[in-house]
Design a protein around this ligand. Structure first.
Ligand code: ANZ
Ligand code: ZN
Length: 833
């Protein structure tokens, strides 16, 4: 065990608070009492709290410790507030690192995976997270991926999973395709190799069918999801309104006349189009190129193959392109525009072809200047001529040189242009999205096999439902799994060769596996009934739990995982299996744990080992530090925090319980009224703070309450004061949200014999919250004898009671008989003798 100097001194000051002993004592108790599991009590309101499930790489790290401490505050708070709480855990246990480890160690990926899961599970148990262990799941278990496969098949039947031959991102090192989202600045997000393009037959999910709904339903999330996450999703979906316009391509260069449709957001600028561009890597370019330009086009296509979409669209690089030898006719002006092929037009956006308006589109202007193409200004924005400045103008203004559009502004120009082309039958208004279908197949082993069989006669045949899951073979290991340009499963012929379920001929299993994002797109649905074996989840359990009330996880998942999970939820709803539209009603993005301003990383050598911190300071001190350091969404810099300080605070709180000598169940009638009031105010305020996500302030309030209670105890006979017991119990309940071991130990020291998590939130007396007190004057025979601080809304009887109890009043009465008491609450009491 590693003990720092600071800890040693702490430990000698507070000898009696021994976190290791407390941890050892209560961990088995929680397992025995099953207090972390939902009770399923009828009629109880339910809450579902979820932390993004971990990937089993090694042991837990500081990032896990932060995220799970935060999620647990929410889960434990709702439990104390009387809800039945579901807070499950599982592992996202497919993926490449396991496979790479297996190749290196000549083992099967499951060895590495399940060993790491066991290590992490033990650490989570030690960390005291309130999770229902009976619901634990692993996405690499056949019981789980059976249903991932089943869902894939339902998607397939609805036309939402399909295979298509296309140019895809290919990582030459990992020898697998990558989704667009996994290509960062032209590099593989994992191994940083330069990504290339390859033509392959790949599986896709048709997420684009849901583009508009994914946008529209963000309304349901406003206010409960971080704004920036919503903004990122909106951007990613990228809705564009405009028009499709059909251009006739004249015969020439050995090719016949045809036509090409473009997508434009600015049909109002049609008169400013001076050239036309097709995506150089599209089939369209090959189809239309003049015969005597074909060779040059081929050479150009070869040259741009290695470029990523981001590089291709970068404004920094000089534009490149090649003339195709053909011309397109502007449907409004009849003008013949030269058709170029260039990298800057993307093959898979819009129609893969554009009309170029250099005066009002910077990319087009850059291109026009490179190749000396005319620039015609058609919107008078009041700025300088783009042909001279090299800066395209995109603002609003009056249309000029534009025939029937001349004089209109941008909005009415767009409307008018659409009206004209629609009437002429050469185009129509159109909305498109930047979102692409989700490429889900991977040429790797350690993933969910795609449950499809390919037959020469029958084509794609779904594996019959009663034969699911299609299991991964157990007998491949080490070198068998090394990347070979196709899935290792393609080479496993005994696994791969099967009878066609339809015609009985020899056929082949699909040898690709699914992107692990598929596994994580529905796990939150599985948790409501993780052992269901007739369906992905039990409909009754789903009715009880429904959508996740609070989801906690890193902002790095703002697009991929969260968008995919939203898409899956909508499809599962459309399959009639659930009723809700959105998987996560609320989302909290926790910050990162840093060290000296930098993210902890192996290469920087600034990592802090969680196990060492837990050994040195105890679980509760680490958890308290995580929650106290900042609001949940901010970063925590481990160089700036003090787990030693947190440990001292916990010891101080713990000793409060030790010093209470009263028995449970006493009501506050007399004693330290100030402390009594503080307890009620604290419980009221902390509930509001937790609801508002200000967990750090909640901890600060707990600290204040501990200090005040200490003062009362130290001021004399406090240990018997009912206010002190009330305060100590309140402290234990507050600590149960973020320092569970200390809280449990205190609760039992205070004489309770059930788990602190069953205590419930104490009822708050609204009278104790009334801020405004007034000074009441007490007179005897018309003479002022005392002043009393009383609540504004004090009753006549209460005020009279307080007045008669006053020492000064009693003294002046001196035993005389009281004839009459006149009470004017809350300000005056007059005693007549
Ligand atoms: C003419 C025009 C004039 C355009 C103008 C813009 C400004 P967003 O808003 O991102 O959807 N475009 C269309 N398809 C393209 C593709 N496959 N690759 C590259 N660029 C493409 O952008 C839509 C605009 O981007 C379209 O409107 C088109 O250029 C271009 F003053 O058409 B525009
Ligand atoms: Zn067949």
């Amino acid at each position: 065990m590693i003990v720092s100097a600071e800890v040693e001194s702490t430990a000698s000051n507070e000898k009696s608070y021994d976190f290791a002993k407390i941890e050892a004592k209560w961990q088995p108790y929680w397992e025995e009492t099953k207090v972390f599991e939902p009770t399923g009590e009828a009629g109880k309101e339910r809450r579902y709290v979820l932390d993004m499930f971990p990937y089993p790489s090694g042991d837990l790290h500081m990032g896990h410790a932060e995220a799970f401490a935060i999620g647990d505050v929410v889960a434990r708070f709702w439990k104390q507030r009387g809800f039945d709480v579901l807070h499950p855990i599982g592992w996202d246990s497919f993926g490449l690192p396991a496979e790479n480890a297996a190749i290196k160690n000549n083992t099967h990926p499951k060895d590495w995976t399940y060993k790491n899961i066991e290590t992490q599970a033990n650490s989570f148990k030690r960390y005291g997270i309130m999770v229902d262990w009976s619901r634990r799941l692993h996405t690499s278990d056949p019981e789980y991926y059976r249903w991932t496969q089943w869902l894939f098949q339902q998607f397939y039947k609805k036309g939402l999973a399909y295979r298509k031959y296309s140019q895809v991102n290919w990582c030459p090192k990992d020898q697998t395709v990558l989704a667009n989202e996994q290509v960062i600045n032209g590099e593989c997000e994992r191994c940083h190799s330069q990504v290339t393009k390859k033509s392959l037959n790949q599986w896709y999910f048709k997420i684009t069918d849901y583009a508009q709904e994914l946008l529209d339903d963000m309304k349901q999330l406003e206010g409960t999801w971080p704004e920036r996450v919503l903004a990122m999703q909106k951007n990613w979906i990228g809705r564009s309104e405009g028009a499709e316009v059909r251009f006739e391509v004249t015969a020439g260069g050995g090719k016949e006349a045809t036509d090409i449709t473009v997508f434009t957001t600015r049909p109002d600028t049609l008169y400013g189009a001076t050239f036309f561009v097709v995506a150089a890597d599209s089939q369209l370019a090959v189809d239309i190129v003049a015969e005597d330009h074909a060779e040059a086009l081929d050479a150009y296509r070869e040259q741009i193959k290695a470029l990523s979409d981001i590089e291709r669209q970068s404004s920094e690089r000089e534009k490149t392109g090649i003339f195709t030898g053909r011309y397109a006719v502007n449907p409004l002006t009849g003008e013949k525009l030269p058709i170029w092929a260039s990298e800057y037009v993307l093959a898979d956006y819009g129609t893969g072809a554009i009309m170029a308006v250099p005066a009002h589109d910077q990319r087009d202007l850059d291109f026009a200047r490179t190749f000396d193409i005319p620039v015609v200004t058609v919107v008078d924005t009041g700025e300088d001529d783009p042909a001279e400045t090299g800066v395209a103008t995109s603002g609003d203004g009056k249309l000029i040189n534009s025939g029937e559009l001349t004089g209109l502004d941008k909005t009415s120009g767009i409307a008018k242009a659409i009206e004209i082309i629609e009437k002429a039958g050469t185009g129509q208004g159109k909305t498109i999205y930047r979102l692409r279908d989700w490429l889900l197949s991977r040429q790797r082993f350690w993933g969910t096999p795609i449950p499809v069989i390919h037959c020469d006669d029958c084509g794609e045949v779904l594996v019959p439902e009663d034969q699911l899951p299609v299991q991964l073979p157990d007998d491949l290991k080490g070198e068998d799994l090394a990347p070979k340009g196709q899935s290792p499963l393609a080479a496993a012929s005994s696994w791969n060769t099967v009878e066609c379920p339809q015609c009985g001929k020899t056929a082949h299993r699909d040898s690709d596996t699914m992107d692990t994002f598929v596994d994580s797109s529905w796990y939150f649905l599985r948790y409501v009934s993780p052992h269901a074996d007739q369906a992905p989840f039990d409909p009754e359990a789903m009715k009880q739990w429904g959508a996740v009330d609070m989801y906690v996880g890193g902002v790095e998942h703002a697009i991929l995982h969260l968008l995919y999970a939203r898409f899956f939820t909508k499809v599962v709803r459309d399959l009639g299996l659930i009723e809700h539209d959105e998987p996560f009603k609320a989302l909290t993005n926790q910050g990162q744990v840093l060290n000296q301003g930098k993210a902890m990383s192996k290469s920087l050598g600034n990592g802090v080992d969680l196990g060492e911190q837990l050994n040195a300071f105890g679980v509760d001190a680490v958890r308290t530090t995580m929650v106290f350091a900042s609001p949940p969404e901010d970063d925590v810099d481990w160089a700036d925090v003090s787990p030693g300080g947190a440990q001292k605070f916990l010891a101080r709180a713990w000793r409060v319980a030790q010093d209470v000598t009263s028995q449970p169940g006493v009501e506050f009638t007399s004693g330290d009224a100030k402390l009594h009031q503080l307890v009620h105010r604290t419980m009221h305020e902390t509930a509001e703070l937790v609801e508002a996500g200000k967990f750090n302030v909640m901890v600060a309030k707990t600290m204040e309450l501990v200090n005040a209670t200490r003062k009362t105890i130290d001021s004399g006979a406090g240990s018997q004061d009912p206010a002190v017991r009330e305060a100590a119990e309140a402290i234990a309940i507050l600590l149960s949200l973020f320092a569970p071991y200390t809280a449990e130990d205190m609760w039992h020291m205070l004489g309770h014999d059930t788990p602190v998590l069953t205590a419930g939130w104490p009822e708050v007396d609204p009278k104790q919250l009334v801020d405004d007190t007034v000074t009441a004057i007490v007179q005897v025979k018309g003479k002022l004898k005392d002043r009393l601080e009383v609540p504004k809304d004090i009753s006549e009887e209460e005020l009279q009671k307080l007045a008669l109890a006053s020492d000064a009043v009693q003294k002046s009465l001196g035993g005389s008989e009281i004839r009459k008491v006149i009470v004017r609450a809350p300000k005056l009491v007059n005693i007549v003798i």
